[in-house]
Design a protein around this ligand. Sequence first.
Ligand code: NDP
Length: 251
Amino acid sequence: MIYNDLENKTVLVTGASRGIGKAICEALAKQKAHVVFNYRGDEQKANELKEHFASMGASKVSAVQFDINDYDAMKSNLDAFVKENGPISGLVNNAGISKDQLCLRVKPDDIQNILDTNLKSAMVLTNHLTRQFLKAKDVSIVNMSSVVGLMGNTAQTVYAASKAGMIGYTKSYAKELASRKFRSNAVCPGFIATEMTEGLEEKAKEAYMQAIPLGDYGSTEDVANVTLFLLSNASKYITGETIKVDGGLYI
Ligand code: NDP
């Protein structure tokens, strides 16, 4: 699928070093977008990713250094990027972490870390970019939530809370900024084969497989396809929506 309006569109994707974020950048590169991604500090890896996305067709590739929990670095490095390149008009809040544990074992620091990384950082980043969105065209934000944020899951109380929070933020932002024609939507992947899910116990993986009506795990490309649609004008009348990419896991 070619979305002509994504050509040269400047799109920031967080957490693009691997997994779903990397697949989204690859898909954007194929649409000839200006791919912007953040990296935490590994210059060599960032340069390899830049070359990789450029080789896939990106009109331009930029790497901006910041840890999403380091708000000062995030804001100043993004401000410098916008000053040099003009406004960002697409944003994918994808970076995230998970730590499965029964609620009796959850430490306050785990709660802080997961909520900060999965939810607070996305809100701080989006709110910060909102002023410069006023100078951009066709603003579209995609927030990576999870089916777990909709249905809950054993041993994922904190993760589920962070992902449910993402949906509340997505809908509220959509309402608040609709008068500016900014759109904000959430994607809820089910079980997608990445490093995040690789670490799960075999028993848990088998249970997922049994519970997925379409009978297979999802791929990172499945999530990237929906994300591209939401970033493009093909979805111009869709905002505040939550789209599951889960093979029917949560019907
Ligand atoms: P991965 O673990 O494969 O990748 C996570 C990405 O987030 C990495 O690029 C990582 O960067 C980045 N990241 C984590 N913490 C930070 C931080 N503090 N600052 C900057 N970057 C950070 O995850 P997935 O690709 O599987 O998941 C991507 C998103 O999709 C997450 O939000 C996840 O919750 C969600 N999701 C995934 C599902 C799945 O089945 N895989 C299901 C539902 C939702 P680095 O390389 O520097 O660590």
